[in-house]
Design a protein around this ligand. Sequence first.
Ligand SMILES: *Cc1c(COP(=O)(O)O)cnc(C)c1O
Length: 353
Amino acid sequence: MEIKLIERKEKKPKPNQNNLGFGQYFTDYMFEMDYYLEKGWINPTIKPYGPINIEPSAMVLHYGQSVFEGLKAYLDENNQIRLFRPYKNIERLNKSNVRMCIPEIDENMVLNAITELLKIDKEWIPIAEGTSLYIRPFVFASDGNVGVRPSYCYKFMIILSPVGAFYQEGFNPIKIYVEQSYVRAVRGGIGEAKTAGNYAASIMAQSLAKKKGFSQVLWLDGVEQKYIEEVGTMNVFFKINNEVFTPELNGSILDGVTRNSVIQLLKDIGYKVTEKRISIEEIIQSQKKGELEEVFGTGTAAVISPVGEIWFGDEKMVINDNSAGKVTLRLYDLLTKIQRGKVEDKHNWTVKI
Ligand SMILES: *Cc1c(COP(=O)(O)O)cnc(C)c1O
């Protein structure tokens, strides 16, 4: 399918690359495509970034039928655009679509849309240390109808945002607490889908944590509130006694591309990685025995985020003297270098544009 281009008259000024923050600036263009029950996905268009027209009755505004993705583009030393494992994101986009009763989108169409949008907004890819161009594809129900049913029309859009480091703290270890009241997802729910509702469910706990001086919460399972699921909007890893553990995918945990990549890289380096159900009690016990060596979160936005303190009620666990651990640092270094084309990409994860 040919993508129609609507050009803008004037380009926007670019933000200062040393002060981008996360998700505050958007590029000159965006991608938009419509779905109608009778016609399927039609009208792929690249047009100037700007407000969109939807009905106040658009179903997404009422019942939250939407999904999104997040991946990054980098410019390498040869001025070539690089994407990290985009097919993983596109595959997950469609898995989320299926879960939310949204029609799937052809994988090549999605990659083509990302590619064409990146080409036209290439000069927005920042090059300062730690920066990248965040790509946000998303789909939402656009049907003007407040009856409860799957929507008959959707929009698929892609917007781009030049970003700096995710955390203001930089690569300093974050302080988190174990959330014991609220849960983000439950068995049989939508935890595995990258959908707005999971975020809506999490922002209350997240904002309370911020107020108390923590940067994230450690989520427990929604049924027994015993087993570790994720940290904030990241997957979580524990290095205990020279082995690495991460919660197994159980339907309420998001299947992170960074998680998947980190598991592979750890195995490459020679670590034993076990995906299993991990109770908070086990973590407390391993800390007491002095075996809890490193804790870190993984996700596209922050890549790897070391955890320095975990609070469980009034009990404080300090990890690795509150500094980033060796393996955490090594993974961050390796992964960011693979993404930017600075070391060999053994697994062929990179897609060049
Ligand atoms: C997106 C996301 C992650 C991280 O996934 P990546 O593919 O590594 O970016 C983890 N947890 C939640 C809840 C997420 O939405």
